[in-house]
Design a protein around this ligand. Structure first.
Ligand SMILES: C[S@@+](CC[C@H](N)C(=O)[O-])C[C@H]1O[C@@H](n2cnc3c(N)ncnc32)[C@H](O)[C@@H]1O
Length: 199
């Protein structure tokens, strides 16, 4: 699309957005400004019910690629031993459909309002052995033991977390040592990042 048409559309939607926010949506705008709980509830509802659906076709490409990389890396594992997985910034669980068989899944998200959307969604995937939900920022990961997961999965988290380096440090802490069963790796959108020793 021509860039001047895009610019006009951008300005038009911007003005419409602000017009609505300051007129009929004013109560919503005030609540969003005043209450962080309301922001979290509104974000989880809008992301789980329509925002993610809207961009699903585009971002599912990255999700597929992510789990394809995982599948390739676990090809020669003992398939009888469950894979211990931690997914951080799990949201309502749009990645669940890509999980391999024999996974023990722990999830973490800082937004407690995603929990009910995740609980509904997980019922569709009985092949995943859900362990527990941890509500806290991934920068902390308190109460998660060192060296306790084979894989940490994360998609579209780092665009919204406060401190990516702190998250990577915690990921490194909770991943099992390199030598044990798998190389130390972290799935980051559609890339595997080998965590450098200085983190
Ligand atoms: C854009 S959504 C992505 C959800 C899902 N991973 C996906 O691929 O669609 C970002 C998610 O990360 C969570 N999140 C953002 N910052 C976080 C942090 N610092 N620690 C834990 N979760 C966080 C949000 O609550 C939200 O569920």
């Amino acid at each position: 699309m021509n860039s001047s048409i895009l610019a006009v559309l951008y300005i038009f939607f911007g003005i419409t957005w602000w017009f609505l926010a300051l007129t009929c949506d004013l109560p919503l705008t005030v609540l969003l400004i005043l209450s962080t709980n309301f922001i979290s509830a509104f974000f989880s509802w809008s992301y789980a019910t329509f925002l993610e659906q809207f961009v699903k076709n585009i971002i599912d490409v990255a999700r597929k690629k992510t789990f394809q990389i995982l599948a390739e890396n676990i090809e020669d594992r003992n398939s009888l031993v469950p894979l211990e997985v931690l997914e951080i910034g799990v949201g309502h669980g749009p990645n669940l459909k890509f999980y391999p068989e024999k996974c023990k899944l722990t999830i973490l998200d800082k937004n407690k309002f995603f929990e009910k959307f995740f609980s509904n969604n997980k019922k569709k995937y009985p092949h995943i052995s859900y362990q527990k939900t941890i509500i806290q920022p991934a920068e902390q990961m308190k109460g998660i033991e060192d060296n306790s997961f084979d894989v940490v999965v994360s998609t579209f988290l780092h665009c919204s977390c406060d401190d990516s380096v702190a998250v990577l440090r915690k990921v490194k802490r909770v991943l099992k040592p390199v030598s044990e069963r798998f190389p130390l790796y972290f799935i980051f959108n559609n890339y595997i990042l080998y965590i450098p020793p200085f983190i």
